[in-house]
Design a protein around this ligand. Structure first.
Ligand code: MG
Ligand code: MG
Length: 248
């Protein structure tokens, strides 16, 4: 069921989203060669709790940690660990925070030190594809318009679109209806209405979009080992477009 959020709910979702945004900003100076991914997780969890929120993902369907941290070819749902980030890595950090029962969800892929030109290209155009998708978010448009825009942009830039994973509604559950795929056809899918809150989150690859899941039953990785990137914002549909909740 797709819900329309009340003004009060949107206020709480705005606070939750802002905590997610601030957590990304807080982590930024620490995302450097030499740090372990579980150190980033600890920093983020402490920060989220200091804001009066709880990490949305910890315990979600058994997920063990506050953050999903996915390095290089890992797409999503990487487990923070003793892995040390190296110069040239790209690291996708997916953060969820729950404030008074309402969630915010935002992922960003960061460069660690100096990265290769092809990784720069991947990051630049995956981020761009998020905003290309968001341009379609307005009342009257349909969910398929978002996916169509992202897929078209990705294809124009010779990037692979992962189809097994998608965006979603956000509210009292971190994953609500509707599903928001990163591919699709124009004028298909549920119609967007003012007051809906959705996360749009393209996951693109430099190579094939084929994926597999690690033995931990969570971490999604590219089959060919080529890098992938993930950019996500939670937004509310407004009268004439959208407003980012996981931004400033
Ligand atoms: Mg996320
Ligand atoms: Mg999400």
């Amino acid at each position: 069921m797709i819900t329309i959020k009340s003004k009060r709910e949107i206020e709480l979702l705005t606070i939750a989203g802002n905590i997610v945004y601030k957590t990304h900003k807080y982590l930024l100076p620490y995302i450097k060669e030499g740090i372990k991914t579980n150190e980033l997780d600890k920093l983020a969890e402490d920060f989220i709790r200091s804001q009066g929120a709880t990490p949305s993902f910890k315990g979600y369907e058994g997920f063990p940690t506050a953050l999903c941290i996915s390095v290089n070819s890992e797409v999503v749902h990487g487990f923070p660990s003793n892995r040390v980030l190296k110069n040239g890595d790209i690291v996708s950090i997916d953060i969820g925070a729950c404030y008074k029962g309402y969630h915010g969800d935002s992922a960003w892929t960061y460069a660690v030190g100096e990265i290769s030109d092809d990784k720069k290209y991947l990051l630049e155009h995956t981020e761009k594809s998020l905003f290309i998708g968001l341009e379609q978010v307005k009342p009257g448009n349909r969910v398929g318009d978002i996916g169509y825009a992202i897929e078209t942009y990705a294809k124009e830039h010779k990037l692979g679109v992962i189809k097994e994973l998608c965006g979603h509604g956000v509210g009292t559950d971190v994953h609500e209806d509707p599903e928001v795929p990163n591919y699709g056809l124009k004028n298909t899918g549920p119609r967007l209405k003012e007051g809906m809150v959705i996360a749009v989150e393209p996951m693109l690859t430099l190579g094939s979009p084929r994926i597999y899941v690690h033995d931990n039953n969570w971490t999604v990785d590219t089959e060919d080992g080529r890098p992938s990137a993930h950019f996500e914002h939670t937004v509310v549909v407004t009268a004439d477009g959208y407003k980012i909740l996981t931004g400033e």
